[in-house]
Design a protein. Structure first.
Length: 422
């Protein structure tokens, strides 16, 4: 099967311009694609103000925010509760910015007084919470100040402002208060932050959010909603025949545990309180790594007829046996391949009744070589799955290339384009 692959400048498309920081920078992943990419396909698909764009793997809301900036209605689906909160907040611009700042300043004043009250006594996480986060994610004093600030945010709760205040907290918790680093895996920096003025940093973030919203008041009523749901099971989430276009980036099949990248904010904001919560969240995610493979999974049945995927999974398993690799994770590599592509096939089937005839779709995916250096051509395989499911494949655009940490080769990240003709 042959597709038209259009060459583009990956470095140019991957740039994050200064003007893009407004709203987008409230909270975002290091690995998220830049707003330019969304702009490119809004233009390429000729999406009008009367149409609606879906991002079924919306993450921190890059597609949704960019659509709203262009006056286009959008819908997002996200299975990670803390990320869904951030995306939802970033698309709600009908807010009294002055009132938000005034309320945040009241919280800051009360939080400083609370710190004095605690004196040398430091608030800490529970034993259960400590087991859920990465060790040394945050030093004792910044953690204490973060917990005090969060305590006051909760006590002075105002439904008009709470999501914005918690979003500002989550963003600065990760980037200013914690010891976490992203490059691209999440880890702990050697240079620990022993103390920070958490309250002032948080307050400045709220000020910036209010300023950003003021810049887009003319677009405050453009519709945007984010559903907490599994993109493989959307029968009760979206209205039939309601979506005109999709611009999205699902996870890639690799060993990145996407829930790990948001663990600290998930725990502190109470989105994950037990290992049971964590597992429940992971079960709603596409099976893209060995950390969320379960015996009850059935997604592979959706691609049992797809010879290329089955042969690829078998090749990975044979390579494991040949190399004598017997860890539980390594034994699951071939399962990830089957269940990842099976989940994508299931997702594309679920979408069909929700799409209007002529709807066009753009899926940003990347090749992988994480499993014994066996190359997985994610974009090509996704195009084949879409075609077998009845979609018309329009082509594959090169988005960018990136260096494989395993093989040191340049791997392709691509935008797979297809259309649903009904």
């Amino acid at each position: 099967m042959t597709y038209v692959v259009q060459e583009k400048s990956g470095s140019e498309l991957n740039r994050f311009y200064e003007e893009d920081l407004l709203i987008h920078d409230w909270y975002r992943f290091i690995l998220s694609y830049p707003p330019h990419l969304v702009k490119d396909y809004i233009k390429k698909f000729d999406i009008s103000l009367e149409q609606c764009v879906l991002d079924p793997f919306c993450g921190t809301g890059t597609t949704l925010v960019e659509c709203k900036k262009h006056g286009i209605s959008s819908v997002g689906i996200e299975a990670n509760p803390v990320v869904r909160l951030m995306a939802q907040t970033k698309t709600q611009w009908n807010i009294d910015g002055y009132g938000l700042v005034h309320h945040a300043e009241s919280i800051a004043k009360a939080a400083y007084l609370r710190l004095v009250k605690y004196g040398n006594e430091l608030k800490t996480l529970t034993e259960e919470q400590n087991k859920l986060i990465i060790k040394d994610s945050i030093s004792p004093v910044p953690l204490h100040k973060s917990l005090v600030l969060l305590e006051v945010i909760d006590e002075l709760y105002d439904g008009r402002f709470n999501n914005y205040e918690r979003t500002a907290f989550a963003k600065q918790l990760v980037y200013a208060f914690s010891n976490l680093k992203f490059g691209p895996e999440v880890g702990v920096s050697r240079n620990k932050k022993l103390d920070v003025d958490a309250i002032e940093i948080w307050l400045q973030q709220v000020h910036q959010m209010a300023k950003d919203v003021a810049s887009f008041q003319s677009l405050k009523d453009v519709g945007s909603v984010v559903h907490l749901a599994d993109a493989r099971n959307i029968s009760n989430v979206l209205q039939p025949n309601s979506i005109d276009a999709i611009i999205t980036s699902p996870p890639y099949p690799n060993e990145k545990d996407y829930s790990r990248a948001t663990r600290l904010e998930s725990v502190l904001l109470g989105m994950v309180t037990t290992k049971g919560d964590l597992r429940a969240n992971k079960e709603n995610l596409l099976r893209s790594n060995t950390k969320n493979i379960y015996v009850t999974d059935t997604d592979e049945k959706w691609i049992s007829h797809h010879s290329r995927i089955m042969e690829l999974a078998d090749l990975i398993e044979r390579k494991r046996i040949e190399l004598g690799k017997n860890s539980g994770f390594e034994k699951s590599y071939h399962k990830v391949v089957r269940r990842y592509f099976g989940g994508m096939a299931r997702h594309l089937e679920e979408l069909k009744p929700k799409l209007r005839p002529g709807a066009r779709l753009a899926y940003v995916v990347g090749d992988q070589a994480s499993y014994f250096r066996i190359l997985i051509r994610t974009g090509e395989i996704l195009a084949e799955i879409a075609q077998q499911s009845g979609y018309q494949v329009l082509g594959i655009d090169l988005f960018r290339t990136r260096l494989s940490t395993v093989t040191k080769d340049q791997l392709r990240e691509e935008v797979v384009l297809f259309q649903w003709n009904g």
